[in-house]
Design a protein around this ligand. Structure first.
Ligand SMILES: Cc1cc2nc3c(=O)[nH]c(=O)nc-3n(C[C@H](O)[C@H](O)[C@H](O)COP(=O)(O)OP(=O)(O)OC[C@H]3O[C@@H](n4cnc5c(N)ncnc54)[C@H](O)[C@@H]3O)c2cc1C
Length: 431
C-alpha cells in the first residue's frame, strides 16, 4: 500500500507517524514545498526575532524520515489529477498514490483594501513570508500591523523588538474578542501600550496609500480619515486554506476554499482524505468550518491516519485548550469560554445559564476567569501567569464546582517562581 501525504506540517507528520506505528511495511511518501523538516509554525516569531534557529523549532530530530522509512518529495504540487490518482508537481513529475492525505495547511488571507497589491504588504504564516518581512523590517522604520488576533500581536511584538515604530490597527472594539472579554482585552491593550505599541481599536482600514516609489507610505483609517504613516504593512487578518492547486480537480471545496470532509475526514474523491487547517469539519454547534489550530491539526492528522487504515472514525474536537503569549503576558484557555463579540462588532449576550468568576490581580497584568454552568466549572481563561492545561481539563471532565476549583487552582500553576501563588483577591466577583 502506498500512502502519500501532502504537507509536512503537524497534521501531515502526525498522520505519517500514526501510519508507521500501525503498519511497518507501508510505503509512506511525504510531499512538501516549504522546508525539508517539520517545524513548529507557532514558533516562527522566535525565529524572526533570532531567539531560536529554525532547527530548534523542529519537534523531531532530522534523522526521523530515514529512521521511519519515509520517502521525501520536496517540491510544489501544481495540480491534482483525481482520475489518474496522482499529484502533479510544478515543473513536471507526478506522485501516484493508493491512499492520499491532503494536509496542505493555510496561507495568509490576502489584504483586501485598495492599494494592497504591490511591495511592502506582508503576511506572516509561511517561511517565505518570514524571509520577505525579515528583508524589509529595518530598525527605525514604521510598521502598521492590521488584525486583532494572535498572529497580529506576535508580528507587532517582533517588529517592535527589531526597533520599528508599530501601530496596531484592530477593527473590533476590543482586542481578540474570539478569546478575550472586555476586561481581559483592556489588560492586554494596556500591556501592549506599556511596550510602546500604538494600539488603535475599532479602526477599519480604508486604503493603503503608496508613494511615488510604489511602496506603502500610509494606511488610511476609515472612521477618522487619519493617515497612519508607514514604510511597511503587516496584514494579519486571518488565514485561508492553501488549496488553489485543487481548482479543477473536482474535489468538493467549501465557499472559503476548505476541502469538504465527512466525519472520517474523507474528501469527496475515492481514497482521498484531508486534515488540518485545509479541511472543512463539523464543529460542536453543527457549523462547518476549518479549525486553524495546532492541536486540532495534530488530532485530525491522527484521526485521518486511522481512517486511512480502515478504522471506524468519527472526528470531533475534544475539550478545547490552548496557550499563547501577548508580548510577555502568558495566556492559557481550557474548556468552554464564550465568545463575547459578534462579527458586526455588537456585543454577544452570555449564553443562558452561564456565569463567570473573575478577578484581576491587584498591581499586576494578571487575571483569572472561570466559566460556570450552574455550579459546575466548564472553562478557564487565565492571563498573565503560566498554567498546566491538564489538571484544568480533568477538573472540567470531573464536573468540579467553583469552591473546590478555587482551592485546588494553585496545583495547576506552573511558574510560582515568577508569579505569586494563586489567591482569591477582594476584586473577585461572580456574575
Ligand atoms: C505565526 C503563527 C502563530 C500561530 N500560533 C498558534 C498558537 O499559538 N496556537 C495554535 O493552536 N495555533 C497557532 N497557529 C496555527 C497553527 O500553526 C496551524 O493551525 C497548524 O500549523 C496547521 O497545521 P497543518 O499541518 O494543517 O498545516 P501547515 O503547518 O501549514 O503545513 C502545511 C504543509 O503543506 C505544504 N504545502 C502546502 N501547499 C503545498 C503545495 N501546493 N505543494 C507542496 N506542499 C504544499 C507546506 O509546505 C507545509 O509543509 C499559528 C500559526 C501561525 C502562522
Amino acid at each position: 500500500m502506498r500512502y502519500v501525504i501532502l504537507g509536512n506540517g503537524v497534521a501531515g507528520m502526525e498522520a505519517a507517524l500514526a501510519l508507521r506505528r500501525r503498519d511497518e511495511t507501508a510505503q509512506v511518501a511525504i510531499v512538501s514545498e516549504e522546508h525539508d523538516h517539520f517545524f513548529s509554525r507557532p514558533a516562527l516569531m522566535y525565529v524572526f526575532a533570532g531567539q531560536l534557529a529554525l532547527k530548534d523549532t523542529e519537534p523531531y530530530d532530522r534523522g526521523l524520515y530515514e529512521r521511519m522509512g519515509f520517502e521525501r518529495v520536496r517540491g510544489r504540487v501544481a495540480s491534482f489529477d483525481t482520475a489518474a490518482r496522482a499529484l502533479v508537481m510544478e515543473g513536471g513529475g507526478r506522485v501516484g498514490y493508493d491512499r492520499l492525505l491532503i494536509a496542505c495547511g493555510s496561507k495568509a488571507r490576502p489584504a483586501p483594501w485598495p492599494g494592497s497589491d504591490g511591495p511592502g504588504v506582508h503576511g506572516f504564516v509561511t517561511l517565505r513570508d518570514l524571509e520577505r518581512l525579515d528583508a524589509e523590517a529595518k530598525p527605525g522604520g514604521r510598521a502598521v500591523v492590521i488584525g486583532g488576533g494572535l498572529i497580529g500581536v506576535e508580528v507587532a511584538e517582533i517588529l517592535k523588538d527589531r526597533g520599528l515604530h508599530v501601530t496596531f490597527v484592530v477593527r473590533e472594539s476590543w482586542y481578540f474578542p474570539l478569546a478575550l472579554d472586555t476586561r481581559e482585552a483592556a489588560l492586554v491593550a494596556e500591556h501592549m501600550g506599556h511596550h510602546g505599541i500604538d494600539v488603535r481599536l475599532g479602526a477599519n482600514v480604508a486604503e493603503i496609500l503608496r508613494g511615488g516609489d510604489g511602496r506603502p507610505r500610509a494606511v488610511r483609517i476609515a472612521e477618522s480619515g487619519e493617515e497612519v504613516a508607514c514604510d511597511l504593512v503587516a496584514c494579519c487578518i486571518g488565514v485561508v486554506p492553501n488549496t488553489g492547486f485543487l481548482a479543477g480537480s473536482g474535489l468538493a471545496l467549501s465557499k472559503g476554499g476548505a476541502i469538504e470532509t465527512d466525519d472520517a475526514l474523507r474528501a469527496t474523491a475515492p481514497d482521498v482524505w484531508a486534515a488540518g487547517d485545509c479541511a472543512n469539519v463539523t464543529w460542536a454547534d453543527g457549523s462547518r468550518r476549518p479549525e486553524p489550530l495546532w492541536y486540532t491539526a495534530r488530532d485530525q492528522g491522527r484521526a485521518a491516519a486511522a481512517s486511512m487504515l480502515g478504522d471506524e472514525v468519527r472526528y470531533r474536537r475534544g475539550t478545547w485548550y490552548n496557550s499563547a503569549k501577548f508580548f510577555d503576558l502568558e495566556w492559557t484557555t481550557a474548556g468552554f469560554v464564550p465568545v463575547t463579540l459578534n462579527f458586526d462588532n455588537s456585543e454577544l449576550p452570555r449564553p443562558d445559564g452561564v456565569r463567570e468568576w473573575f478577578q484581576r490581580v491587584p498591581g499586576r497584568f494578571e487575571s483569572q476567569r472561570i466559566v460556570l454552568k450552574g455550579e459546575r466549572v466548564v472553562g478557564f481563561n487565565l492571563l498573565g501567569s503560566r498554567w498546566n492545561h491538564e489538571p484544568l481539563l480533568s477538573w472540567i471532565h470531573e464536573r468540579r464546582e467553583l469552591p473546590w476549583v478555587l482551592k485546588h487552582l494553585p496545583e495547576a500553576q506552573f511558574d510560582e517562581e515568577f508569579s505569586p501563588r494563586f489567591a482569591v483577591w477582594p476584586t473577585a466577583s461572580v456574575a
